[in-house]
Design a protein around this ligand. Structure first.
Ligand code: C2E
Ligand code: CA
Ligand code: CA
Ligand code: CA
Length: 279
C-alpha cells in the first residue's frame, strides 16, 4: 500500500475474495455510509404454504455503496457487530420496518406482520427495550405484529439475561422466532425455558428436499416438535415447487424463499400487495 493505486486495491479486494476477515477500509466506508444514507431495507414475503398469500415480511438490510456496489450483509453485519454500529443500524431498521408495515397494511387492507433480525449485541444492549418501545410507539404498530428473529446463540450467551428480556418482550406481545433453527449447538432445553413462538428451519435442511431422506426426516421432526409445543414453523430458502409440495404435505404452515418472492424493495412489495398477487 505504498502507492495510491495499491491503497485503492485494499478497499476493493475484500469484496471480491477471501474469508470475511475484519476490514478497516470497509469499516470506514460504513461510517460514511451511515452519514450518506446508503443502507436500505429489503422485504421478503413470508407466505401461507397453502394459499401462497403474503402473511408478513422479513426485513433484510442492504448496503448500496456508490462504487463498491451491493455489499452483502454477511460482509458488513459482522463488522457492525464488532464495532457496535449494529446498535444504530438495528434501531433504525426496527423503526423503519414498523413504519413500513403500516403502509403495507394500508395497501393490502388487512393485517400483516414484520419479522426483524436482531443481532446478539443488539439483543444484549441496555437500550434495546427502549428502542423496541420507541419503534412501536412511533409507528403505531401493535406488538403482536412484530416478530424478532434471534439465534440460539443469542439466547445462550447469557440465558438469565435473555429470560428477562424475553419476558419484557412478551409483555409487549412481540413474538420471538428462532432463526436458522437446528444449526446451533445448544440443547432443546431452551425451547422449554424461553417463551418462543416461531421456529425458522434453516435453508440447509430445505435445499436438498425432497430427495434427501435425512433432511426430510429432520424437517418432519422439527414440524412434530413444533406442533406439540404449539409453535409455528417457517421454512426458509424454499426455491422449488417440489420443496413446497413436500412441506405442505408435512403440515408446514409458512414458507419463505425465492419461489414465492426474493427480498424486494418496499416499492415492489407494495405493488405485490396491491395486486394481491400472491408472491
Ligand atoms: P437470515 O436472517 O438467515 O436471512 C435469510 C437469508 O437467506 C437472506 O440473505 C435471504 O436473502 C436469503 N434467502 C432467502 N430466500 C432464499 C432462497 O430461496 N435461496 C437462497 N439461496 N437464499 C435465500 P441476506 O439478505 O444476504 O442476509 C444474510 C444474513 O445477514 C441474514 O441471514 C441475517 O443473519 C443477516 N442480516 C440481514 N439483514 C439483517 C439485519 O437487518 N440485521 C441483522 N442483525 N442481521 C441481518
Ligand atoms: Ca432471519
Ligand atoms: Ca435464517
Ligand atoms: Ca441464515
Amino acid at each position: 500500500a505504498k502507492e495510491t493505486g495499491k491503497a485503492r486495491c485494499v478497499v476493493y479486494s475484500p469484496l471480491r475474495s477471501g474469508p470475511p476477515e475484519y476490514d478497516i477500509s470497509l469499516e470506514a466506508a460504513m461510517f460514511q455510509a451511515v452519514r450518506e444514507g446508503e443502507f436500505q431495507l429489503y422485504y421478503q414475503p413470508i407466505v401461507d404454504t397453502r394459499t401462497r398469500q403474503i402473511q408478513g415480511f422479513e426485513t433484510l438490510m442492504r448496503w448500496k455503496h456508490p462504487t463498491l456496489g451491493m455489499v452483502p450483509p454477511v460482509r458488513f453485519i459482522p463488522i457492525a457487530e464488532t464495532n457496535g454500529l449494529i446498535n444504530l443500524l438495528g434501531a433504525w431498521a426496527l423503526k423503519a420496518a414498523c413504519v413500513q408495515l403500516k403502509c403495507f397494511e394500508e395497501a393490502a387492507r388487512r393485517s400483516l406482520y414484520v419479522s426483524v433480525n436482531i443481532s446478539p449485541r443488539q439483543f444484549r444492549n441496555d437500550k434495546f427495550l427502549d428502542v423496541l418501545d420507541d419503534a412501536l410507539a412511533y409507528s403505531g404498530l401493535r406488538g403482536e405484529q412484530l416478530v424478532l428473529e434471534i439465534t440460539e446463540g443469542t439466547l445462550m450467551i447469557d440465558p438469565a439475561h435473555a429470560e428477562t428480556i424475553l419476558a419484557r418482550m412478551a409483555e409487549r406481545k412481540a413474538r420471538i422466532a428462532i432463526d436458522d433453527f437446528g444449526t446451533g449447538y445448544s440443547s432443546l432445553a431452551y425451547l422449554k425455558r424461553f417463551p418462543i413462538s416461531v421456529l425458522k428451519i434453516d435453508r440447509a435442511f430445505i435445499k436438498d428436499l425432497p430427495e434427501s431422506l435425512k433432511d426430510g426426516a429432520i424437517c418432519n421432526a422439527v414440524l412434530d416438535l413444533a406442533r406439540h409445543l404449539g409453535l409455528s414453523v417457517v421454512a426458509e430458502g424454499v426455491e422449488t415447487e417440489p420443496q413446497l409440495a413436500f412441506l405442505e404435505q408435512r403440515g408446514c404452515d409458512y414458507i419463505q424463499g425465492y419461489l414465492t418472492g426474493k427480498p424486494m424493495t418496499s416499492h415492489v412489495a407494495m405493488a405485490a400487495l396491491k395486486e394481491d398477487k400472491y408472491a
